[in-house]
Design a protein around this ligand. Structure first.
Ligand code: TYM
Length: 330
């Protein structure tokens, strides 16, 4: 069976964007792949974190992934820092990645503009660690939202170059980016990505928002003044974003949604979007609270996950160390 690896940072409560763009698909892909899913705590350190918060959020995020339906019996759920081999491979890959190609990463440019006081080395080499996360498991497929596709591309380039220099070592991973929903937009500024770090709390839906909050936020969502539910990303970004969300949860095409709301106002449409979103998130939230209450269970899953992931990861590191000429004793 083909293998999947993906990750999410424990930097705050995941949004509807994280859910639709990534995590929901992680669960849906499980029947067809061998999956490894990871809480990317090392990546979170590229931005200053409050240590106690980071620790708490790491466990909470693991519980949330279990609540979404990640199955830790048949697949592997782990925390990045629990598998030290990621950092070991990351160094080797960093020595095979050029300053120029890392300088072109748009996320690095965005984040360094946003935090000019903390443009650290980790922020710059972030895509190298992400390449290590993927290549260390020889993942075939990487389900991500659109904002990670450039990072996936550099991972492929790094793998390809390494294979060229040292002989076939890594599989070139493919991205799995959902057709609609790869980029859920801010509800307040629908030309911007929905992001949990946005200062306007009305711009995002959190996976833990209750129904009243979900309804309130969708009611306030920015649309336009022509009052027609029609899919047109360019001219109607707000409405199109709501349609993408509605389409995800109902399985309806954009044409079907247009027909369903023909002659109806945005008020009805927004309520319908809020309704299907709450219906999707409410059972996840109930599971989340149940699972999080059992800390020992969550920690047990993560311990087992780290052991299983390490077995694969350590083999790759030994192979790579040998290929690049590091002396190994037996
Ligand atoms: P992170 O934590 O920023 O986001 C997790 C996943 O959610 C997707 N996403 C979105 N999708 C659609 N619409 C949005 N508004 C939206 N916001 C976020 C992201 O694309 C991502 O798939 N670097 C990664 C974590 C990572 C990783 C990896 C991913 C570390 N190592 C290896 C894949 C493979 C990140 O920061 O994701």
């Amino acid at each position: 069976r083909k293998r999947i690896l993906s990750g999410i940072q424990p930097t705050g409560t995941p949004t509807l964007g994280n859910y639709i763009g990534a995590v929901r698909n992680w669960a849906l892909l499980q029947p067809d792949y061998d999956c490894l899913y990871m809480v990317a705590d090392l990546h979170a350190l590229t931005v200053r974190q409050v240590p106690a918060d980071l620790r708490r959020r790491t466990r909470e995020l693991a519980a949330l992934l279990l609540a979404v339906g990640i199955d830790p019996e048949n697949h592997v759920l782990f925390v990045q820092s629990h598998v030290p081999a990621h950092c070991e491979l990351s160094w080797i890959l960093a020595c095979n990645t050029q300053f120029g190609e890392l300088s072109r990463m748009t996320q690095f440019k965005d984040k360094s503009a946003k935090h000019p006081d903390n443009v650290n080395g980790g922020l710059f080499t972030y895509p190298v660690l992400m390449a290590a996360d993927i290549l260390i498991y020889n993942a075939d497929l990487v389900p991500v939202g659109q904002d990670q596709t450039q990072h996936l591309e550099i991972a492929r380039n790094i793998a390809n170059r390494f294979n060229g220099v040292y002989g076939d070592t890594f599989i070139l991973p493919e991205g799995y980016v959902p057709a609609s929903g790869a980029k859920i937009m801010s509800l307040a500024e629908p030309t911007k990505k929905m992001s949990k770090s946005d200062t306007n709390v009305n711009s995002f839906i959190l996976m833990t928002d209750d129904k009243d909050t979900i309804v309130r936020k969708f009611k306030r969502a920015v649309t336009d003044s022509d009052g027609v539910v029609r899919f047109d990303r360019e001219n109607k970004p707000g409405v199109s974003n709501l349609m993408a969300i509605y389409g995800t949860f109902t399985g309806k095409t954009m044409e079907e949604i247009e027909a369903e709301f023909a002659g109806k106002g945005y008020g009805d449409f927004k309520m319908a979007v809020a309704e299907v979103t709450a219906d999707a998130l409410t059972p996840v939230q109930a599971e989340y609270n149940r699972i999080l209450a059992d800390k020992a269970y969550v920690d047990g899953v993560l311990k087992n996950g780290a052991e299983r992931a390490s077995r694969i990861a350590n083999r790759t590191v030994s192979k790579v160390y040998r290929k690049v000429g590091l002396l190994q004793l037996d």
